[in-house]
Design a protein around this ligand. Structure first.
Ligand code: THU
Length: 160
């Protein structure tokens, strides 16, 4: 038997003002993207913004459906938009922001497992880390330098 540890480096920023200028601008786009979320059921709005290597920013937001599982998260709307429209552009970072009608979210809202898996595909494809930053409505921002920091022992194409 052998035990091992997996270490993750996570940075906690006290607020958006502590972010670098490009990441702060990216988070601003994620915050703006929340406003066009279609979330009539959960009333939980999420916005995501991806910075491409050419400087363009691709945004997405959650899109819900009366058949609940047919809805989709903001991160996957954004990453699939980016990959489908700009397949050869490296993704430099993704920022995610969330807000809820029922309470002010002052803690960072982490991307769900399915979105981590979807993002990991593109990080692997591009062969370069994709840093992830996420927050609630106000307050702290969490940053990691790679999707893999949020998804240790991920399933990937090497298993196929
Ligand atoms: N949601 C996202 O957009 N991203 C996540 O990572 C977690 C959850 C959305 C899905 C659904 O529309 C609402 O938030 C409540 O789960």
């Amino acid at each position: 038997m052998k035990k091992f540890e997996i270490n993750t480096e996570i940075t906690s920023y006290d607020g958006v003002e502590e972010l670098s200028a490009p990441i702060r601008a990216l988070m601003k786009k994620a915050i703006e993207a929340k406003s066009s979320a279609y979330a009539p059921y959960s009333k939980f709005r999420v916005g995501a913004a991806i910075l491409l290597e050419n400087g363009q920013i691709i945004t997405g937001n959650n899109q819900e459906n009366a058949a609940y599982p047919s809805g989709i998260c903001a991160e996957r709307v954004a990453v699939w938009h980016a990959s489908s429209q700009y397949p050869n552009q490296q993704m430099k970072a993704i920022a995610i922001a969330a807000s809820s009608a029922s309470q002010q979210l002052s803690e960072p809202i982490a991307p769900c497992g399915a979105c981590r898996q979807a993002l990991s595909e593109y990080e692997l494809k591009q062969g370069a880390k994709l840093p992830v930053y996420f927050m609630g409505e106000v307050g702290k921002v969490i940053g990691v330098q790679s999707v893999m920091d949020l998804l240790p022992m991920a399933f990937d194409k090497s298993f196929l």
